[in-house]
Design a protein around this ligand. Structure first.
Ligand code: T1G
Length: 696
């Protein structure tokens, strides 16, 4: 027995307890302990049934991801799972928290499963570039049916206990003490004369008619929605094996497919992304004894799109929040927008009407700063003008209680200047939400020169409470994400002027894996926004740095993107993007102004120009200390800009290409295209030293 697994006798029932904080991951000691415990229970003539529980906050949350990529250590999880399912004494898994991945697979190999009503079960392996590798693709379809199993395995999204009950993944709900409930259920089994009920022997749901069509349809849908991704298609292959092969052969096929995923570079990228996100939560140099301030109530200044999105974040986290606006009708508009956003979720079935009312009850509207006196945190989300911010922060400084956290949602102004509008700059921090704030997970936490450790720690803790992926960034134009995306968008526009079309640029980058093409993104966020930022940047250009002019021509023609119906694209019925017939002439004019002749551009050049621009700027950002670590930059781009997780993020991707190759191309661009392509000194140093971003 290992110290991570305890075997006790409770009368004629063997009680197996897994205790491996923080999430009972199925590391080697847990696997060895489970195998030994079930083998001992099997061999003990006094034992007639087995109950499996986990200590701490959750049932096993999966294999130990830290072991991936290292030499495998016996026993393997399939070996453990097989011993559990083939035991001759009935076993009961008692599920609480999140039974995920290998954890759920262990539960599926038990003969019965009972769960707390607030538990969740899922097979999220696909999010790590893998597939369930311990029987999940063979056993889940046998309980929940092929269609539900495919949905769960290909999406990786867990289901809640009521749905798990509906789909036969759990047998009944339990309340109260896990062990007592497990023992009572096992005793009832024995009293009823029930023995093992092996999931692997329940074949009716994988032998139904029409499964081949169902699987073919799923394959086509996934190919369209997730082009280029390896493991989702392998997940479908594995579930298909469950419909074609007996369990034993299906398990062999599953293992083959699992190993193919394990060896895929996409798996390495996605596991990098998983740990990078958790690493980002750690702030270097923060004194260990710093205590975050408690946030019991919040306020948001400004009821526009961003402000209301932020209000919803607080309400969703159960934090009472006041929305301040300057007039009654502006305030009412904001509150109406909050209500209509929730109503849309209720209509979609993702939120109950009761929950909507509960959350709306947490939101109140105010017109006077005096009403903000008790707020623990105030987030300003007003118009991006330093003068407007000054007025807001001077009022906040005069009315908020000592110790209140004063946050700005600014995306482009200098947080240190904003902090200086107050007598308490140490309490000022940036909380850069991404639109729509109640949907996008990324939160850039901007650390000002004067921001105190306590306020920074409070902001990071608040971000976690708001279910955001919080990343600390420093003060500069665009912080990290936008500063890099400026370079990326600029290259996209230069490429248009050099000869590419918007459709070609966007198609090339979508084929790379970006969620949306850069020009479609610009049309969506509004060309007037891009133009305003560009006008602000123009005075700070360095010698030799020019700007594309196609945007000026579009703005001059009143073409602002989706909001005006035409931008880089023309938006017909239902906002489907079509070519903008006025654009070619504008591009010819822009090219003439730059003294170039437009000519065809290769897709590879498009991808390298846009993606390497991100990488070069990120290297400068790291060199200036604006981001704490290279993986933080990856987290920002994976969670705020639609960079494909299966490529790990811009800097993980740069390492995978090889920095020498990236630098060689950047030097060529610098030769041909000038100042924007000045190679980042850090990139040059890393290449000279034979190091990677991952080695920083
Ligand atoms: N392995 C190792 N460490 C893990 C881990 C795991 N599976 N899950 C979490 N951790 C660490 C995490 O790095 C962090 O560490 C701490 O636990 C708290 O995590 C064969 C092959 C369970 C929902 O994908 O989704 O099974 O930073 O901050 O927000 O088919 O963790 O504190 O040092 O995320 O409360 C499948 C991954 C694996 C689940 C809890 N399982 N984990 O969320 O805490 S593959 C997963 C999660 C597999 C089999 C296959 C979440 C959580 P540190 P946290 P949380």
């Amino acid at each position: 027995m290992s110290d991570a697994v305890l075997l006790e006798r409770r009368g004629e029932i063997a009680l197996v307890t897994v205790d491996n904080p923080p999430v009972n991951a199925l590391g080697q000691s847990v696997r060895a302990g489970l195998l030994a415990a079930f083998q001992q229970a099997e061999a003990d003539p006094q034992v007639r049934a087995v109950v499996l529980v986990c200590a701490g906050r959750t049932f096993m949350a999966g294999a130990d991801i830290r072991e991936f990529g290292k030499p495998p250590q016996a026993p393997s999880l399939p070996e453990v799972v097989e011993a559990i399912e083939n035991a001759t004494k009935p076993s009961v898994a008692v599920i609480h928290g999140t039974a995920l991945g290998g954890g759920l697979e262990v539960a599926l190999s038990c003969h019965y499963r009972i769960a707390r009503r607030d538990a969740q079960v899922g097979l999220p392996e696909v999010k790590l570039g893998l597939l369930p590798g311990a029987g999940g693709t063979q056993r889940l379809p046998r309980l929940a049916g092929v269609e539900k199993a495919l949905d769960m395995i290909v999406s990786g999204t867990p289901i809640r206990a009521p749905e798990a009950l509906e789909f036969n993944v759990v047998d009944e709900f339990i309340d109260g003490d896990l062990v007592e409930a497990g023992l009572a259920f096992a005793q009832r089994l024995l009293a009823d004369g029930k023995g093992p009920r092996r999931t692997g022997e329940r074949n009716e749901r994988v032998q139904q008619a029409g499964l081949a069509e169902l699987i073919a349809h799923k394959r086509g849908e996934v190919q369209k929605r997730l082009p280029g991704q390896f493991s989702p298609q392998r997940c479908i292959d594995a579930v298909e094996a469950a419909t074609q092969l007996p369990l034993r052969d299906g398990l062999v096929r599953e293992r083959e497919l699992f190993m193919q995923c394990m060896e895929s570079p996409q798996r390495a990228a996605q596991i990098h992304a998983f740990f990078a996100e958790r690493e980002a939560a750690k702030v270097e140099g923060l004194a260990a004894d710093v205590l975050p301030r408690e946030v019991r109530s919040a306020a948001v200044i400004g009821g526009g799109t961003m402000g209301v999105g932020i209000v919803l974040c607080f309400a969703n986290a159960g934090i009472p929040v006041k929305l301040l606006e300057v007039s009654d009708e502006a305030l009412q508009r904001g509150l109406d927008r909050a209500r209509s956003t929730y109503a849309a979720s209720v209509a979609r079935g993702s939120l109950s009407a009761e929950e909507m009312e509960r959350r709306m009850g947490l939101i109140s509207g105010v017109l006077d700063y005096a009403a903000l006196g008790d707020a623990d945190v105030v987030v300003e989300a007003v118009f991006e003008s330093l003068d407007v911010k000054r007025q807001v922060f001077e009022r906040l400084d005069a009315t908020c209680k000592p110790g209140a956290i004063l946050a700005s949602n600014t995306s482009s102004l200098d947080l240190d200047e904003i902090a200086a509008f107050t007598q308490r700059p140490q309490d000022v921090v940036g909380l850069h939400f991404f639109s729509p704030a109640n949907v996008m997970r990324l939160l850039e936490v901007v650390r000002g020169k004067a921001t105190s450790d306590a306020v920074l720690a409070s902001a990071m803790q608040l971000g976690k409470r708001l279910k955001k992926v919080s990343v600390v960034v420093g003060v500069c134009d665009g912080f990290v994400g936008n500063r890099m995306i400026f370079q990326y968008g600029r290259q996209a526009e230069f490429l248009l002027e050099e000869g590419a079309t918007p459709a070609q640029v966007d198609r090339a980058l979508r084929a790379f894996g970006m969620a949306m093409g850069p020009l479609a993104v610009r049309d969506m966020s509004g060309l007037d926004i891009s133009h305003a930022i560009r006008s602000r940047q123009r005075p700070n250009l360095k010698p030799g740095q020019t700007l594309p002019t196609v945007l000026d021509h579009l703005i001059a023609a009143g073409m602002l993107g989706q909001k005006s119906g035409t931008g880089f694209y023309h938006y017909g019925e239902g906002r489907t993007a079509q070519d903008n017939p006025a654009l070619p002439a504008m591009l010819e004019q822009a090219a003439a102004e730059r003294g170039i002749t437009r000519a065809p551009v290769e897709d590879e050049e498009i991808v390298e120009r846009c993606i390497y621009a991100l990488i070069n700027e990120a290297a400068n950002i790291l060199d200036e200390g604006i981001a704490q670590r290279a993986s933080d930059v990856d987290v920002i781009f994976l969670n705020g800009y639609g960079f494909p997780a299966w490529r790990g993020g811009p800097l993980f991707y740069a390492d995978s290409v090889g920095l020498a190759r990236v630098l060689e191309r950047i030097r060529e661009f610098h030769q041909r295209l000038g100042a924007w392509w000045q190679p980042a000194p850090l990139l040059e140093r890393l290449v000279a030293e034979g190091r990677r971003f991952a080695d920083l």
